[in-house]
Design a protein around this ligand. Structure first.
Ligand code: CA
Ligand code: CA
Length: 225
């Protein structure tokens, strides 16, 4: 019995904190249901979206994939503006209907010590949850590829995997609403010193053409800020 409890506790801890060779990455996910989500993007412990964060000064590029023309352009991710309601395409970035996600790169222009990466989304249905891998690079690797297309493993060309984010529940019908995700170093300190972040975004479902997440804002908090 004792062993079972210890195993269960260990499994739970692994869900919350992913350990990699050099650091402990903590991913906090919060969900405001359709009934409780508001334009304030208020969460219990995930900070609300910021306007004057390091992402505001980043150059954002579409590395792979196709954006949906009904949605906003790349600037929606760092403009500090938020949708006022649950289904507001013009205030969200999302990949085209029927496509399988894509890759977005943030370039800070120089190596920056990053404390937190916070991502926000809002949609009444299956485009609410977030599923992506976050990669980072300082660009110094001799094999560094600044634009790895979807068929290239970023690990093979100078990128380091920070974490996988998947906010879906086991009940997709309940997954509509607003999500806040905060990625930080669980042991304190920073995520590391990087010039680039790469978001490898996936669809939340493939039952229909509308599984690409409505991303409202991506904040990057520099260390010491
Ligand atoms: Ca921001
Ligand atoms: Ca925005």
């Amino acid at each position: 019995m004792k062993h079972w409890i210890a195993t269960a506790a260990f499994t739970l801890a692994m869900l919350l904190v992913q350990t990699t060779a050099s650091q402990t990455t903590k991913v906090v996910t919060e969900h405001n249901s359709n009934a409780t989500a508001t334009a304030a993007f208020k969460f219990k412990s995930v900070p609300s979206p910021a306007k004057d964060d390091a992402a505001a000064r980043a150059k954002i590029s579409l590395v792979d994939g196709e954006l949906d023309g009904n949605g906003a352009d790349l600037s929606a991710l760092n403009d500090g503006m938020l949708p006022a309601e649950a289904d507001e395409p013009a205030r969200n970035l999302f990949f085209n209907a029927g496509t399988g996600g894509g890759r977005l790169r943030f370039d800070f222009g120089s190596v920056t010590e990053i404390a937190q990466v916070n991502t926000y989304s809002w949609h009444p249905d299956t485009r609410g949850p977030q599923v992506y891998r976050l990669w980072a690079s300082d660009g110094s690797d001799a094999k560094f590829n600044p634009e790895p297309k979807g068929n290239i493993d970023p690990a093979s060309c100078g990128w380091k995997l920070i974490t996988l984010v998947d906010t879906r529940s086991k009940q997709p019908a309940d997954d509509g609403g607003q999500y806040g995700v905060s990625i930080s170093n669980g042991a304190g300190g920073s995520l590391g010193k990087y010039r680039y972040l790469l978001f490898d975004c996936y669809v939340t479902e493939t039952a229909d053409d509308f599984g690409n997440t409505f991303y409202s804002e991506i904040d990057v908090i520099a260390a010491g800020k």
